[in-house]
Design a protein around this ligand. Structure first.
Ligand SMILES: [Zn+2]
Ligand SMILES: [Zn+2]
Length: 272
């Protein structure tokens, strides 16, 4: 007789339907422990996810001059990154991941518990933690961003490099100084630690955070862009961040609009 798998054991133990929904996904991931527990996994995951999210936008930028429907979705239709800009951004991202991100994730890996928990998180808990992580990241980066624009030395030394590529494009997302990269990574990691997130939640949050940051810099405002899916103008997204790259002193929050609204730095885009 075959032994019951984790899902069946959890059903027998009466675990929640949300947990039941995620348990097969988690069980499948745990069968790939050799990969997911490897010290190389965080950096391979970060770089492959980032480049995979950027590549479709690189293709769209190549097609844009020839496809009028695509040009209508481009926020600044006359702009297109040059091959030199694309290569320079990609080179810097790969270099920083190898020289900065990999050693840091190696230290983090060495300090992490060896075995992941056998139970998946409940779906409401995963969703709640992901939203909380995004809200915390948004608040932390807002404060960091305002400070690095308000203090000229901080701007010149640490943040100016990110504003070199204007108008923005997807591969310019991580074209940042080492200090900015470190700060972003720190906010990413500290929030999941503060909330004691399940490893599956951490994976979902990091994937979503990379996607939203790439979308912010893509320069494309599609009918399905995140800011059109979130109601009441709570989410600024690509149209707000594109305005930040062209007008500097507005729209400091990367995702949501409440901090800029409170701080008096919200600049809504003109209707398209
Ligand atoms: Zn930016
Ligand atoms: Zn800025």
């Amino acid at each position: 007789m075959s032994s019951p798998n984790s899902s069946q054991l959890h059903a027998a133990a009466g675990c929640s339907s949300g947990q039941m929904f995620l348990q097969p996904v988690w069980d499948r991931l745990r069968t790939r422990e050799a990969l997911t527990q490897s010290p190389f996994f965080p950096v391979i995951f970060a770089i492959t996810t980032y480049v995979s999210f950027c590549l479709p936008f690189v293709v769209l930028d190549l097609l844009c001059p020839w496809v009028p429907a695509l040009r209508r979705c481009k926020i600044q239709p006359d702009s297109a990154p040059s091959a030199r800009q694309l290569l320079s951004c990609l080179r810097q991202t790969l270099y920083q991941h190898l020289v900065i991100v990999f050693p840091l994730t190696l230290v983090h890996w060495a300090r992490s518990p060896a075995l992941p928990p056998p139970e998946a998180p409940a779906l409401p808990q995963l969703l709640g933690h992901v939203v909380l992580c995004l809200l915390l990241f948004d608040a932390e980066f807002f404060a960091w961003h305002v400070l690095h624009h308000r203090v000229p030395w901080l701007y010149r030394t640490f943040h100016k490099v990110h504003h070199q590529n204007a108008p923005s494009f997807a591969l310019a997302t991580q074209y940042v100084s080492v200090w900015e990269l470190f700060s972003l990574g720190f906010f990413d990691v500290v929030n999941v630690w503060l909330l004691q997130c399940h490893p599956l939640t951490v994976l979902v949050f990091h994937t979503l955070n990379i996607w939203l940051s790439v979308e912010d810099h893509s320069g494309y405002d599609f009918p399905w862009s995140t800011h059109r899916l979130v109601p009441f103008g709570w989410y600024g997204g690509v149209v707000h961040h594109d305005l930040h790259h062209s007008h500097f002193n507005y729209n400091f929050a990367p995702y949501f609009t409440h901090w800029d609204r409170l701080w008096g730095t919200l600049r809504p885009p003109r209707a398209r």
